[in-house]
Design a protein around this ligand. Structure first.
Ligand SMILES: [Zn+2]
Length: 229
């Protein structure tokens, strides 16, 4: 099978296959390993294969994200904390301690458990602070804040002013975290995604397009980090 790479996308490997039975060009991504295969009739030349692949580039890129290999938390691994890469390193500490670009953890306890707890703790502090700031500006009050490890949504807001956030957001850039908090706090005023709602988000946070796009394009990468090993 011939293999090509798309322009400017050295990670996007595509396998090309001629099949005498196929009448048209088809694109397949294996659900198992994310392998991308384009199959086409025998008469199709590679230039046409490439043209087809290039036309699907952005779609392929977003699909491919879901197949990035998992990263298991251990010593020596770098994780983003508020968007800054931080290396996990052993030291003589009782509780995880971040100094500059290094997160020191104890040798005595499982690394992933310590790092997860640390992320949840600083996540809780930052999210609680941001909630308070945004809610005050809105003249509203947040009832309860819960952190979870959710896959389908980054945050939610209930009718009784309980807010939920994914603690993984603490690995996103700080502005992205702040945008999600502003978004959920804005729901205290508008329980919908109306024009007024987005106006409130902008009033609280400012222009939010960049952060919203970051989440759409990179949010799934925050799920690559595995803490349960
Ligand atoms: Zn919403």
């Amino acid at each position: 099978m011939k293999k090509i790479f798309l322009e400017d996308e050295p990670d996007l490997e595509i396998f090309l296959r001629h099949n005498s039975n196929s009448r048209r060009i088809t694109l397949r991504i294996s659900a198992l390993d994310g392998k991308i295969t384009i199959t086409g009739p025998n008469y199709l030349d590679f230039k046409e294969f490439r043209k087809f692949a290039e036309s699907k580039k952005s779609w392929l890129k977003s699909k491919r994200k879901a197949f990035e290999p998992p990263i298991f938390i251990s010593e020596g691994i770098k994780i983003p904390i508020m968007g800054t890469y931080t290396e996990i390193s052993f030291s003589d500490v009782r509780e995880p301690k971040k100094i500059g670009g290094i997160l020191f953890v104890s040798k005595e306890k499982p690394v992933s458990t310590q790092v997860k707890k640390y992320l949840q703790e600083i996540g809780r502090i930052h999210i609680a602070y941001m909630c308070k700031e945004f809610a005050e500006r809105l003249g509203s009050k947040v009832h309860k804040i819960t952190l979870r490890d959710t896959r389908s949504r980054w945050g939610s807001c209930s009718n009784d002013a309980n807010l939920m956030f994914s603690w993984r957001l603490v690995m996103a850039p700080e502005d992205v975290l702040a945008y999600v908090v502003a978004h959920e706090v804005a729901h205290l005023k508008h329980m919908n995604h109306s024009k007024d709602f987005w106006g409130t988000v902008e009033y609280l946070f400012g222009p939010y397009k960049k952060e919203r796009t970051w989440l759409k394009q990179n949010g799934s990468s925050l799920h690559r980090y595995k803490f349960d090993n």
